[in-house]
Ligand binder design. Structure first.
Ligand SMILES: Nc1ncnc2c1ncn2[C@@H]1O[C@H](COP(=O)(O)OP(=O)(O)OP(=O)(O)O)[C@@H](O)[C@H]1O
Length: 244
């Protein structure tokens, strides 16, 4: 039986003037999977996620989410939860007020806001201004926004950054439970050891696609380390991207 991919990149390329950020990227994400999009700084991860969400237009190719381009997806804001730096809250607002605005936009209840604040561990700080939040607290608030509408797909750009060990463990458990419910998670990261404990599938991007498939196939069922396989596939280098 063929399954409609939750995410599909088809021959996607993006240039910013002389910089080739992403070139001929194709991969699919299956439902109920936690997928790690991995690459060095400047590898094209955020650009790819932005193209998926209609925030950046590809130079060539197309990306679809739940069978549609994001702009054509009915109820996209409720079906796709997003955590990304660019979608951050107004610093002068409180965490709770920020979520209430999102909830109103999405047609959700105040009760749901309090539920999600509790879920991400921000209930006690919800009345404080966001500008006084630590990096990890901002990350938790961003995750709360993504989770608000109980979406089918979560797209998370570097969700682990800034989280403390408790937060990382909590997030890992949360992503696993969402996948068990049949929801799908696409997260970007360069924290390979963390990703290795969290994801089912891996996409390695270094401007071009280097690997897309199951983590266990990449690491021979866990007998090899993801980090070693990453360096083999992504090549040696100290980061950044090539001009092409
Ligand atoms: N708006 C832009 N204008 C010009 N160049 C851009 C723009 N956005 C991204 N780039 C370039 O595209 C390439 C890919 O950047 P991108 O942010 O997608 O990488 P990344 O994998 O998310 O990196 P990081 O891990 O550092 O967040 C980089 O060379 C970057 O400088």
């Amino acid at each position: 039986m063929s399954e409609v991919p939750v995410v599909e990149f088809h021959a996607v390329s993006k240039r910013f003037g002389p910089v080739s950020a992403v070139e001929d990227l194709s991969f699919t994400v299956r439902p109920g999977r936690v997928v790690g999009l991995l690459g060095r700084n400047g590898a094209g991860k955020t650009t790819s996620l932005r193209m998926l969400l209609g925030l950046t237009r590809p130079t060539a190719g197309s990306a679809t989410v739940l069978g549609h381009s994001y702009g054509d997806l009915p109820h996209a804001a409720r079906r796709v939860g997003v955590s990304m730096d660019a979608i951050g809250p107004t610093p002068g607002t409180t965490g709770r007020r920020d979520l209430l605005v999102w909830a109103r936009t999405l047609g959700l209840s105040t009760a749901r806001v309090d539920e999600v604040l509790d879920l991400v561990g921000l209930a006690d700080s919800a009345g404080r201004k966001v500008k006084g939040y630590s990096t990890g607290m901002k990350q938790r608030l961003s995750l709360a926004t993504a989770l608000l509408a109980d979406p089918e797909l979560l797209v998370l750009d570097e969700p682990v950054n800034g989280l403390d060990p408790d937060g990382i463990r909590w997030l890992r458990g949360l992503l696993r439970s969402l996948a068990v419910e049949g929801r799908t998670v696409l997260l970007s990261s360069h924290l390979l050891a963390e990703v290795e404990q969290t994801v089912d599938d891996v996409v390695i991007l270094q401007r071009t696609l280097r690997y897309a498939g199951e983590l266990s196939a990449l690491t021979s069922g866990g007998t090899e380390r993801l980090e070693d396989r990453f360096f083999e596939l992504a090549g040696a280098g100290s980061g950044g991207n090539t001009h092409a």
